[in-house]
Ligand binder design. Structure first.
Ligand code: ZN
Length: 244
């Protein structure tokens, strides 16, 4: 029986939904974020705000929330030159991957998360990787996660479970999942949670917090904004459909 979890929490829509998932399922939940010299520290601020708002709006979840850990991964900027860590324009590379791809980033995240989980006595590692809307990142694949789960369990001689609640759903379904989790947590909680996600989570690659859209803040033009906006609009459209 798994009762404790560590959530890879960036302060974005996906990891916030994963955190709600973990809080609805486990007795004790801790969070970990990685500071790897992102071009914008907006994310690091957003994650603290989201943790605070979630705990206040959902007292039962707040009681389960434990330590928030931030690990310094500035070393990523030394081994890779990408538009996430340097001041470069976003573009697709000849490999078919966007230049936001940091090779091995998720592998490193999971290894460090497992080491932290080992020390903190946490059984499940929850991450918002997704094959459905994934931007071609090979380290978000289900096969990669299964391989990591095995490698980490063998390498640390401890049985880890890597839980990926968003793996097979698209961004519209991610909004719906957040709504369902909030609603199950407390009456009216669905809208409370999606409102927190709209207002306080951050996804935009440009770090834009000046332009407010129905789906939240962002430049509205980068791939992350496009994905978030499209998902939100499709989710809203599906909410307007009469239930068969
Ligand atoms: Zn953007």
């Amino acid at each position: 029986m798994h009762t404790t979890a560590l959530v890879l929490f960036s302060g974005g829509q996906d990891s916030t939904t994963c955190l709600a998932h973990a809080l609805s399922r486990f007795e004790r939940v801790e969070t970990v974020g990685f500071d790897y010299g992102q071009r914008h520290h907006v994310e690091m601020t957003a994650r603290l705000t989201v943790l605070d708002r979630l705990g206040q709006a959902f007292p039962a979840w707040g009681a389960k929330l434990g330590h928030d850990h931030v690990l310094d991964l500035a070393v990523l900027g030394q081994v890779s030159e990408t538009s996430l860590t340097r001041d470069m324009a976003f573009q697709m590379e000849s490999t078919g991957l966007p230049n936001t791809f940091v090779p091995g980033r998720n592998l490193l995240f999971l290894t460090l998360a497992a080491a932290l989980a080992y020390r903190r006595g946490l059984q499940v590692i929850v991450t918002g990787v997704c094959e459905t809307d994934f931007s071609g990142y090979p380290d978000c694949r289900d096969d990669t996660m299964k391989a990591m789960q095995l490698a980490l369990s063998l390498g640390m001689d401890k049985r880890y479970l890597i839980d990926t609640p968003l793996m097979w759903i698209d961004k519209a379904a991610t909004w719906q999942l957040a709504h369902d989790l909030g609603q199950r947590a407390q009456p009216g909680g669905g809208t409370v949670l999606t409102d927190i996600i709209v207002e306080h989570t951050h996804t935009c690659y440009q770090g834009d917090r000046t332009h407010r859209h129905a789906w939240g803040y962002g430049c509205g033009a980068c791939p992350a904004c496009e994905l978030r906006a499209n998902g939100y609009l499709r989710w809203q459209a599906s909410c307007l459909q009469p239930v068969a």
